[in-house]
Design a protein around this ligand. Structure first.
Ligand SMILES: O=P(O)(O)OC[C@H]1O[C@H](O)[C@H](O)[C@@H](O)[C@@H]1O
Length: 325
């Protein structure tokens, strides 16, 4: 579910190319296996639509223009805002912030800390940005390789983001799945504590009618209740705003009534589930916000990672259709 202007650029793409979208350089692929869009600001995957027959039949997965009615084009919406076009597994706001702001949507890379935890923040007064500097930084596309009848992209930041830590991102896309990994290499001399997230904005029919399976019985910290510790009773039904850090490495399934998306995580014992509810961010309308739910592969205060010199940490997520759909 992406803004119409990004959809139009994809429709005009045959193969692979670089375009300018929302003031950012964005790499696009439209090939027999499916579609992928990656912003070089933040190495942020913005769009993924696999060509597998099952994916194409899932509700909302078509990109045909005449089916673009549902999301974001309603009369209640600000006329100035672009419409959102259904199709794809990720959501991107129709009104992204200008640079140097970050684009809300897709899969932002939060590194080397999650939210306001500021692990590994080297600024003198520990005043680094929410979610760390990586998501707003310029990244370089180092390589595009063939991978399992799809593609594998390798990205690195243009400038050094930390004196001891070096991140890189790998994106694998094919007709069945999207896999993103954020690898942190310690090239320094002293242990460093990191957190982080693959802050996935997953496209849904209606955020407040979603179910997330796999969390029953898990302990979580409720950020909307001053980090109160609670236990998930039964499966999670999303009915309003929520901001929770679940302590689990379980595989999750997001069911929005139309599609059952499996969210597998690697190197992550924290699953963050977030939706702003009525507390809308400045860059997103109420109408547009109805169509995403964040299900994040993360390392949070629940499972920070102490990296020692020479070590690496891989934080990953794999999105695929649940086979029991
Ligand atoms: O608005 P952003 O900086 O992108 O952050 C969006 C959200 O990210 C995470 O999910 C946090 O748990 C939330 O507390 C935060 O509000």
């Amino acid at each position: 579910m992406i803004p119409a202007s990004l959809r139009a650029l994809l429709d005009a793409t045959d193969g692979q190319r670089r375009v300018d979208w929302a003031g950012r350089e964005v790499w696009l692929a439209r090939e027999p296996w499916g579609e992928l869009a990656v912003s070089l600001q933040g190495a942020q995957v913005l769009h993924f639509l696999p060509a597998s027959p099952e994916a194409a039949t899932a509700e909302g997965a078509s990109s045909a223009p005449d089916e673009a009615q549902a999301a974001g084009a309603s009369a209640s919406q600000d006329d100035a805002e672009e419409s959102l076009v259904p199709g794809g597994w990720l959501w991107v706001t129709p009104s992204p912030q200008a640079l140097p702001g970050a684009i809300r949507g897709g899969i932002p890379l939060c590194w080397p800390w999650f939210a306001d935890e500021r692990t590994a923040d080297e600024s003198p007064d520990r005043s680094g940005p929410l979610h760390g500097p990586a998501r707003k930084a310029d990244w370089r596309l180092e390589a595009v390789d063939e991978h399992e009848e799809g593609l594998e992209l390798h990205l690195t930041p243009v400038e050094r983001l930390h004196s001891q830590l070096v991140p890189r991102a790998v994106v694998q896309a094919n007709a069945q799945r999207l896999h993103v990994e954020l690898i942190t290499e310690h090239v320094g001399e002293t242990p460093v504590k990191i957190t982080g997230a693959l802050h996935s904005y997953l496209a849904v029919v209606e955020a407040h009618a979603c179910r997330v399976e796999g969390l029953a019985g898990a302990r979580y910290l409720d950020k909307l209740a001053d980090f109160a510790e609670r236990e998930q009773q039964g499966e999670l039904g999303v009915r309003g705003g929520l901001d929770r850090l679940y302590h689990t490495n379980a595989e999750l399934v997001l069911d929005d009534g139309g599609r059952r998306l499996r969210v597998a995580r690697q190197g992550s014992d924290s699953a963050v589930i977030w939706h702003p509810g009525d507390t809308l961010p400045d860059d997103t309308s109420a109408e547009a916000s109805r169509h995403f739910l964040c299900v994040e592969s993360a390392n949070t205060r629940l499972d920070p990672v102490w990296l020692v010199p020479g070590a690496q940490h891989l934080l990953g997520t794999t999105l695929s259709l649940a086979s029991d759909a």
